[in-house]
Write a protein that binds this ligand. Structure first.
Ligand SMILES: Nc1ncnc2c1ncn2[C@@H]1O[C@H](COP(=O)(O)OP(=O)(O)O)[C@@H](O)[C@H]1O
Ligand SMILES: [Mg+2]
Length: 274
């Protein structure tokens, strides 16, 4: 077969090579773990915030990076209204519940729509990973936006990512997006720690399990892609209160059944890396 590159200049051939990126660690941190799903509204931010607090409770130093530039949720979920200090070069993370936090939502007014284009998103991510004074952290938990776009690509190609946890609800429509997300991270060589089934079922007053969004879909997806199934988190109205109170359940009710589930996940993550 004819070599399609024959006759091209050396410069042209070089351009056609896949671009090699240098993967930088996030300064001031040992391990970077992303929470992703490709689908919106499945509980990524809820999981990210509670996992961060659970890791803190078992003795880790933790940072929380809200990488959702278009729809930041950390200001509300952690009830943070201050602006981060800056010395002109480095932004200081805001300390809340002993977690070092950063979000684009700390820098803009709450109602400002994020009409940024791709390159600006990428530069915001670079600022958050290279120009924030993260201090001596064991883990940074990165709360990803939905989709498989610029943010996921920037993190996967340019930042040393140590693992990603994929969250989904059991509906087929969520799982479709999740499968796309799994393929993307696999292709980019980012280690998928495993899958979590969030809002797996509701336990009624009668003590029975009601699988409102269907049953077993996340586990089956994990099996299909040969990934670990990390477990399930039931629907709990207590978890949903975080959006109003600004205090995640692991902080407000550490002995609640759901908090114990988050703690178990945290122990598992700690045992993998530390
Ligand atoms: N296990 C759960 N039980 C009840 N509500 C939940 C649970 N997990 C998440 N939620 C709620 O679902 C909604 C979406 O969660 P969120 O974390 O913002 O999703 P995402 O970050 O994926 O868009 C929020 O209102 C949140 O309180
Ligand atoms: Mg979110």
């Amino acid at each position: 077969m004819e070599d399609k590159k024959a006759g091209l200049s050396e410069a042209m051939k070089a351009k056609m090579q896949p671009k090699k990126f240098e993967k930088n660690p996030i300064l001031g941190t040992k391990f970077t773990i992303a929470i992703s799903s490709a689908k919106g509204g499945v509980g990524k931010s809820t999981f990210a915030t509670n996992l961060a607090l659970a890791l803190k409770k078992i003795g880790c130093k933790v940072g929380l990076l809200d990488a959702d530039i278009y729809g930041p949720s950390l200001p509300k979920l952690f009830s943070i209204n201050e602006k981060p200090e800056s010395d002109g070069k480095i932004l200081k993370p805001i300390l809340k519940y002993e977690i070092q936090c950063m979000s684009i939502g700390f820098l803009t007014e709450e109602e400002t729509p994020m009409i940024w284009r791709g390159p600006m998103v990428t530069s915001a991510i670079k600022t958050f990973t290279q120009k924030v004074g993260w201090n001596n952290l064991d883990f940074i938990i990165v709360d990803m936006p939905p989709g498989t776009g610029d943010t996921q690509l920037t993190f996967s190609q340019e930042i040393k990512m140590d693992g990603v946890i994929i969250i989904s609800t059991p509906q087929e429509i969520a799982l479709q997006d999740v499968k796309r997300g799994i393929r993307m991270f696999d292709k980019l060589g980012v280690k998928i720690i495993g899958l979590i089934d969030n809002m797996s079922h509701f336990v009624g007053d009668d003590g029975k399990k009601y699988p409102i969004f269907g049953e077993g879909g996340v586990k089956r997806t994990a099996e299909e892609f040969k990934k670990e199934f990390l477990g399930e988190i039931p629907i709990s109205p207590e978890v949903g209160k975080q959006g109003d109170t600004g205090t995640p359940i692991v902080e407000s009710k550490p002995n609640h059944e759901i908090s114990k589930i988050y703690l178990d996940f945290a122990k598992k993550i700690k045992s993998i890396y530390l």
